[in-house]
Design a protein around this ligand. Sequence first.
Ligand code: NAX
Ligand code: K
Length: 484
Amino acid sequence: MIGLSTAAEVRAAEEVLLAATREGALMHRAATGLATVCLRLLGRAHGTRVTLLVGAGNNGGDALFAGARLAARGARVTAVLLDPARAHPAGLAALRRAGGRTTGPDGDDGLDRADLVLDGIVGIGGRGGLRPDAARLADRAATGPGIPVAVDVPSGVDADTGAVGGAAFAAVHTVTFGAVKPGLVVGEGRGHAGEVHLVDIGLGPLLAPARAHQLTDADVAGHLEPPGATDDKYSRGVVGVVAGSAVYPGAAVLCTGAALRTRPGLVRYAGTAADGVRAAWPEAIVTDGRPGDAGRVQAWVVGPGMGTDDAARSLVAEVLATDLPVVLDADALTLAAREPELVRGRAAPTVLTPHDREFERFGVAVGADRIGSARRLAADLGAVVLLKGDATVVAAPDGTAFVNATGTADLATAGSGDVLSGILGSLLAAGTPPAGTAAAAAHLHGRTGQVAAARGPIVAGDLVRRLPEAVARVRGPVLGDSGA
Ligand SMILES: NC(=O)C1=CN([C@@H]2O[C@H](COP(=O)(O)OP(=O)(O)OC[C@H]3O[C@@H](n4cnc5c(N)ncnc54)[C@H](O)[C@@H]3O)[C@@H](O)[C@H]2O)[C@@H](O)CC1
Ligand SMILES: [K+]
């Protein structure tokens, strides 16, 4: 699990470490890591051209020291000082000693011929939108030939939320220090940060326990263990699906199929799309009755494609009245937003899986702080909220949050959400804690999108078909298996 630490958490840890280390030691660690990533991206230093955009704080200091290291290895380095009188003095001296040149914001910045541009305008000390000179340079860097690399945080991106208020540096790589900040992996910030490289500067043991996390394949593999010798079809949890309608069975077919393919156990379906589900998935146990007629289950998924009329409302209410974990998706979200007390009154876990419009039906704006908004709704409802997006956010009522790392634009296809709710229901039936389980489902859904899209454009049915391959990929190679 990768901890996501806010700027305040990083600063608090830095203060302790600064007091315990030689002056400048942390910045040297940061700059060494930064220069190493730049060298890797450039392939070589000698003969390359590098432009540094240097603000007045320590973020500019990092850029100057890294630039000095590259200059010492033969790169032609130009530092554009946004505030020449306040540029980091020791960094500036180091760059000049190594043969780098400096200029002001209106000088010859070399952006039109740079191989790499380092954004050291502002880091975690940035406040408000970029000032005009900085905005203009960030804009020119985006259209120039150099690989845009952000130092710690792309300037103009809020490190905690990912909000981008105005102009911001559009990086393809971000080299961040001490801990990954949430703003690099969520919301608009994710697109501005590009690939994130974490440089260890020794903060780890001093950081407060993170309240937001990213899962890795290894974390999710625990949810996807193959059946053991003593397992039978009931022992691993049975999921019940209430979805679709006689006229539109598609959502029910996708949701049931995803549940079946995630963890081979039992899937029970109850609803008016029974014929369609039976035809598509003979493996499922199907009734055209009510949820109570379906037989015993350990978790319910309710909502996809079922409509929002009185009949649908009564099915949602019946499922929510059980003492089992429930995934509320699609139409069930619309219904729950009308009667949130149906969710608030539950003792068993509830997971809501809204996209932005469904989320806002609960009366909370999504805004630019997606983690904060998901936390607010989760606390208000006493339920886990999985807010779908480019980087899906999961928040628990106690504020624990997860940001998904595997999202891909290919998942923005009709029926993709039905697949996610099927995956989630299937994992939840195993009885694992709901927030982490929801995050695991989002991770697997994203991996499935990546696997499926590798063969070309996808429809939601491809996700169901490729789920076993994605599960295998998340589990990783089996130890001792030579692959022969
Ligand atoms: N504290 C430390 O020991 C370490 C700090 N590090 C670096 O230091 C950074 C934080 O440094 P600082 O606290 O000096 O802050 P920053 O360098 O992030 O930004 C503060 C400076 O930028 C100016 N500024 C603020 N908002 C601006 C805006 N919107 N447009 C233009 N200029 C703006 C301020 O006037 C101030 O001079 C980190 O992000 C990281 O890059 C690293 O070197 C690791 C060690
Ligand atoms: K920066």
